[in-house]
Design a protein. Structure first.
Length: 558
């Protein structure tokens, strides 16, 4: 690579300060610190811990021998120059640098990202193994994560055998190893994709999906020989990386010969083969729906049942009502709900409101419940921002569904809904029939609401009916007590002695407290009456005996 020196030199030569920079260098003053006196880092003294990587690299005191005269000289030059001239000094030093100079040079570049990048790149070019050994040794003062990523993104491309051997010799065990190994394998994906995939499997770093570079490389590899690519991936594990690879193989093979791809995939028995078949049929149906339909109609019953949802989902992106009618007229049993849900998912990709309308028009059934869940997950996907409101339109749609559909929707989106908008969820639960709501939904909503406003959560719980009132209230109180124990306990103590919430709320809080790191200290601070109640609760909770004994000891009267 010869680095980026020629490019940077060309830019530097254009600058107006080039001539003055060289003049400054030839006429700079003699009165500068000696190598043994000069600190190499602008913000650190020679004795600073920040200037130490290992004893083999840094001297022990100010009288020690300079371990990098080149870095010392560069520091002098930089201190007496500015602008373009400083970059010329950097480039000259990096051209002359030996492996032993780089730790000092990198410290000197601290606070200058561009210079640090140049040092890293040159170090990887000149002495990658020395850098690796320093990182493995845990050298202080080096940005290990940054250097490790840069090293293994570049080194395997130029010398894969050496990079792989280094990682194999080091062996697993350090937290950075997993990332280094995946980075090294992924770096090879454009140059030697089969070796890259084998390394991912052998090193057990096959739990990451492919980015654009991996997708592009896999596409090119598949285009050359799609069946070979599919056979090779099938020989690997069924981990996430290989599912990602097989998805790309399926997409590319579908462009070349989808019928042959499906014949190959349906003749295999594995999750990866199913991934291949699904991707091929999905992309074929998107490009030529009638041809894909003819192939599926001629397939055996087992294949047709397995792939119908995929085909229906692709059909639904173009004609959701037609796909839904076909499902209801031609499918039965467990495949019907799956296929109807696929129709709705396909419709939701294009227009989620239209998909919701389809569900509303369906009769109550298992198929409708599956379809409703698909729409709700589109409206409230995992990872929804914690401050994003659920629209009144969504809530109104949910209120019109039958009990079984509501139950399935809540099971699917309760956590997302509660964390993003607990108030709207709490309002919906309060207005719903308890029989159609999974019990856990009340406690989830109560805890999330209590994190924002404990009084509001407790007031909401008190307005519920049946068992949900106590379970939700106990969850809200427990959450409040975890964050503000004194306020929560005062509120509980102020309740009338006849209030039915006192004992169950206290018991719920203790069940949570038993697993808290500060449980011993908090239990010891309870009143004598509370300690007596706590002993009965702790005795019944499922805990390791050693933990139980420790908590009960904290509850003894002193």
């Amino acid at each position: 690579m010869r680095f980026t020196f020629h490019f940077l030199l060309m830019l530097a030569a254009i600058a107006l300060g080039l001539g003055s920079g060289f003049a400054l260098r030839s006429s700079r003053a003699v009165g500068v610190p000696s190598p043994t006196q000069a600190a190499f880092a602008p913000a650190a003294s020679a004795n600073s811990p920040a200037n130490s990587i290992r004893r083999s690299h840094w001297p022990g005191d100010v009288h020690r021998q300079d371990d990098s005269p080149l870095a010392t000289q560069l520091q002098r030059d930089l201190s007496m120059s500015t602008g373009v001239t400083q970059w010329l000094y950097w480039l000259e030093a990096l051209e002359k640098a030996a492996s032993s100079d780089f730790p000092r040079l990198l410290r000197l570049a601290q606070g200058n990202p561009a210079a640090a990048h140049l040092v890293q790149a040159r170090w990887i070019e000149i002495a990658p193994r020395q850098l690796f050994d320093l990182l493995v040794a845990g050298a202080q003062g080096l940005p290990v994560a940054e250097l490790g990523y840069a090293l293994f993104d570049e080194w395997p491309k130029r010398d894969p055998d050496a990079a792989i051997a280094a990682l194999n010799e080091a062996g697993p065990g350090r937290s950075a190893d997993h990332h280094w190994r995946f980075t090294a394998a992924y770096a090879l994906i454009e140059k030697d994709i089969e070796r890259a995939l084998r390394l991912m499997k052998d090193w057990h770093v096959d739990d990451v999906g492919f980015g654009s570079r991996g997708i592009k490389a896999t596409s090119k590899w598949t285009q050359a020989n799609p069946q070979h690519a599919a056979e090779f991936v099938l020989e690997q594990s069924e981990a996430y990386s290989f599912r990602s690879a097989m998805e790309v193989v399926g997409q590319e093979w579908a462009k070349i010969d989808p019928a042959s791809a499906l014949a190959f995939a349906t003749g295999k028995q594995s999750e990866l083969a199913s991934t291949l078949a699904t991707q091929v049929l999905k992309h074929w149906a998107q490009e030529n729906l009638s041809a894909a339909a003819d192939w599926l109609a001629a397939a055996d019953d087992r294949t047709r049942r397995r792939l119908s949802p995929t085909f229906i989902e692709a059909w639904a992106t173009k004609d959701a009502p037609g796909a839904l009618v076909w499902c209801e007229e031609n499918l039965a049993g467990s495949i019907l709900p799956q296929s109807v849900a696929a129709v709705v998912r396909g419709a939701a990709e294009k227009d989620v409101a239209a998909a919701a309308a389809l569900v509303t028009e369906m009769n109550p059934s298992a198929a409708r419940a599956e379809a409703a869940t698909a729409v709700a997950r589109k409206w409230m996907p995992p990872g929804l921002p914690s401050d994003q409101r659920v629209t009144p339109k969504t809530v109104a749609w949910l209120e019109r569904l039958d009990a079984e559909s509501v139950r399935r929707v809540i099971e699917g989106v309760a956590w997302t809904w509660a964390t993003s908008d607990p108030r709207s969820m709490a309002a919906f639960l309060k207005s719903s029939n308890n029989e159609q709501i999974p019990p856990f939904a009340y406690t989830v909503a109560a805890r999330e609401l209590a994190r924002r406003s404990p009084p509001e959560a407790l007031d909401w719980a008190s307005r519920l009916t049946g068992p949900a009132a106590l379970s939700a209230g106990g969850a809200a109180f427990s959450e409040w007590r975890d964050s503000q124990p004194e306020s929560a306990m005062k509120w509980l103590a102020d309740l009338p002695a006849t209030d039915p919430r006192r004992e169950p709320y206290f018991e719920t809080a203790l069940q949570s407290l038993a697993h808290h790191p500060q449980a011993v200290e908090q239990l010891a601070g309870l009143s004598p009456a509370e300690r007596a109640m706590a002993r009965d609760v702790i005795a019944k909770i499922n805990l390791p005996e050693e933990r139980r004994a420790k908590l009960l000891d904290a509850l003894k009267t002193r």
